[in-house]
Ligand binder design. Structure first.
Ligand SMILES: [Cu+2]
Length: 165
């Protein structure tokens, strides 16, 4: 009986660790980096993650690199006159002290461009985040199908899904 309980506990903790999928660097915690599986033939893919800063000083995400793309830019997305626009944030993203910043579809995101290999759901992507204070942090992005667990806030923007991660 005790043995079975221990096994169950191990299973729970094992799953918990995998599900958490987080990376730490100094006062930063980077939670659940993932890349949305792009449509076949696409040469860009969107990357998302959550960064929490438990420290007393702000930090800044300056750049991102990966093993799937020649270029990775940090993008913001906004809707102007009903048209979705996105552009590079040349200064990166500030992570204020005590704050959590979420990169997610239809919002702040990482734009992987000039994809160098096919992206598959079963193949995690190695990446590196570079912060002003915390330095370089190695992370692993999981790959998730389009729309996976991400509700679409704007129903009428579904058509541009492929071009606008
Ligand atoms: Cu973009």
């Amino acid at each position: 009986m005790r043995f079975i309980a221990a096994m169950a506990l191990a299973a729970v903790f094992g799953f918990g660790a995998a599900a958490a999928h987080e990376f730490k660097a100094g006062t930063l915690t980077i939670d659940h980096p993932w890349v949305r599986l792009p449509p076949p033939g696409a040469d860009t893919a969107g990357g998302y993650l959550t960064i929490s800063n438990s420290g007393a000083e702000a930090d800044r995400l300056l750049s991102v690199s990966s093993d799937i793309a020649g270029v990775a830019q940090i993008h913001d997305m906004s809707i102007e006159n009903g048209v979705m626009k996105m552009g590079e944030l040349a200064d990166g993203i500030e992570i204020p002290a005590g704050a959590t910043v979420e990169l997610k579809p239809k919002s702040l995101h990482i734009m992987f461009m000039d994809l160098t290999r096919p992206i598959r759901v079963d193949t995690p992507i190695r990446g590196e985040l570079r912060f002003e204070e915390a330095g370089s942090v190695a992370v692993e992005f999981t790959v998730e199908p389009m729309g996976a667990s991400e509700p679409e806030p704007m129903e009428d923007h579904d058509m541009s899904e492929g071009a606008m991660p």
